[in-house]
Every structure is written in C-alpha cells, then in structure tokens.
Ligand binder design. Structure first.
Ligand code: BTN
Length: 274
C-alpha cells in the first residue's frame, strides 16, 4: 500500500525563499489540469500565482499527449508569469528546463539533462516535462502559463511509461523526498532564471549546452513531426536562443518557430567540425 502525505502549503511557505514566485498559492486535491485551470480564470492572477494539484484527471503534455502522475506522489503544478515583453518567448521553455535541471541536480546530486525542447532526463529516463502556453491580445502576451510535472516519489509506472523515472528511483534517499522542500528549491531557481531572462540578460548558453542532449553530435532533426534525411550537427542555441545546426558542408541552419526534435545518431561519424 502506498501511503501519501498531502502537500502542505504551510510547510512549503516556510521553506519558500522567492520574492514573487508562488507567493500566491492554491492547492487542490484533484483538478483536471493545473494549466487548464489557470487558463480558465476570468481574473488575471498575480504574477507568480502558483497552482498545485495532488492529482490531475486530464493532465496534458506537449503535442496533445497526456501527462499521467500518481496522486500525492509527485509535483504537478502551473504558474502564471507576466513577462515584460514577448520578444524572447521562444527561449522560455529552455530557460525553465535549465532552472528545473539545476534545482533537481542540487537535490539529487546527479546530472539532469535537457532533451529539446521540454524533457528533463536523468540516467537516460524522463523525470519531468514542461508545458508553456501563451495567449496573446494583438502582439501583447495576455496570459503565460507555465506547467511543470516532475516525478518525485512514484516508484511504479505503467507499461506505456516505460521510459519514466522518479527522484526516488534514482536517488540515494531511504524514505520519501520532501515535495514541499523540492518545490521551494525549484521556485527559487525558476525565479532567478526568469528574472534574468525578463531583463534581457544574455542567455546562459554555456549552462544550457552542458545539459543539452545531443549537443555537439550529429543526428537527425524532426521538423513539425517530419524527420529530415540530412544529418546535422547540433551546435546548441545561438545568442538569440534558436536551436542551431550545421550541415556536413558547413552551412548553418537555425530553426525559429518550428516544433523541432533532435535524434543524435551515434553511428554517424562527424565529418565536419565547424
Ligand atoms: C511534457 O512532457 O510533454 C510536458 C508535461 C507537462 C505536465 C504538467 S503537470 C502540471 C501541468 N498541468 C498539465 O496539464 N500539464 C502540466
């Protein structure tokens, strides 16, 4: 039998060290999806308003996939973020992934990789995912909702989630991980990177590249769900944050608004090093 301890907002608040993120909080036992809930609000929430639910009946991932998480075991939360401008929106998911990766590495003492664009990977398996959704009024961002799911104490995943793992499965801790403490650490990291991003500071490219799966390798890019035949070398993100590739002939390709995925191909020997 799995015994769960309900998420305590009191304990979380006592550990939280942010200025604006999660300073306003709603905790649900069950909800459809925390992203949907924030989207459906008529009022505009406070910047950093965070909603967490012990269970989601219609949790969503990227590309219309579902997000499944056992009740009371993990972290499934969303927050509202009002950026100063929308001009760097394309790099936001990566910045969020970097913040989560740093936080989880601090907790687990293990490297957390980022699989473009939104997967958090530990020991080759998926430990978390990010879903950023935006609504515009003209060119202004009306609502920006950042949803994050991280597997913490769940130790069994059904067959369709064979590539899933959790902190408990990979960590050295004897008992359960403290979800309130983990969320407080994640929020602290998120706030730092979001503040930097919002004040237009240079993107932390080196930190991103260190974690990015396939960085420096040849492989194949999938663009809008269509796998490209030409092998490309992933050279990370450019100063603007666009994923950048080099062809074997040395031509540079940057993807801007397309949905891309990268599949590193270890069989392919790099023939060209730019
Ligand atoms: C992905 O890996 O494709 C992204 C997963 C994002 C899941 C989180 S859980 C909290 C928030 N509410 C949702 O419905 N989805 C996000």
């Amino acid at each position: 039998m799995i015994i769960t301890t309900l998420f305590s907002s009191r304990k979380f608040n006592s550990k939280l060290k942010t200025r604006w993120l999660a300073r306003s909080l709603e905790v649900f036992d069950e909800i459809g999806s925390t992203n949907n809930y924030l989207k459906s609000l008529d009022r505009r929430p406070l910047n950093g308003h965070l909603v967490i639910s012990e269970s989601q009946s219609t949790g969503r991932g990227q590309s219309n996939r579902v997000w499944v998480s056992d009740p009371g075991q993990n972290l499934t939360f969303s927050f509202y973020f009002k950026p100063a401008s929308a001009k760097r929106l394309y790099s936001l998911t990566l910045i969020i992934a970097l913040a989560c990766s740093k936080a989880l590495c601090e907790i687990a003492g293990k490297e957390i990789k980022v699989k473009w664009p939104n997967d958090l990977i530990i020991e080759g398996k998926k430990i978390g995912g990010i879903l950023v959704e935006s609504e515009f009024k003209g060119t202004n961002v009306e609502k920006l909702i950042i949803g994050i799911g991280i597997n913490i104490n769940q130790t069994e995943f059904d067959g369709s989630l064979s590539n899933a793992t959790s902190l408990k499965l990979v960590g050295d801790k004897a008992g359960d991980y403290d979800r309130e403490e983990i969320l407080a650490i994640i929020c602290k990291n998120l706030e730092f990177y979001l503040d930097e991003w919002d004040r237009d500071a240079p993107l932390p490219r080196e930190s991103v590249h260190e974690r990015l799966i396939g960085y420096g390798s040849y492989g194949h890019v999938e663009v809008n769900e269509s796998l490209q035949t030409e092998p490309l070398k992933f050279v990370g993100i450019c100063t603007k944050g666009f994923p950048t590739f080099v062809t074997e002939a040395g031509d540079i390709i940057k993807y801007r608004h397309e949905q891309i995925r990268f599949y590193p191909d270890s069989q392919l020997e790099p023939k060209f090093d730019p």
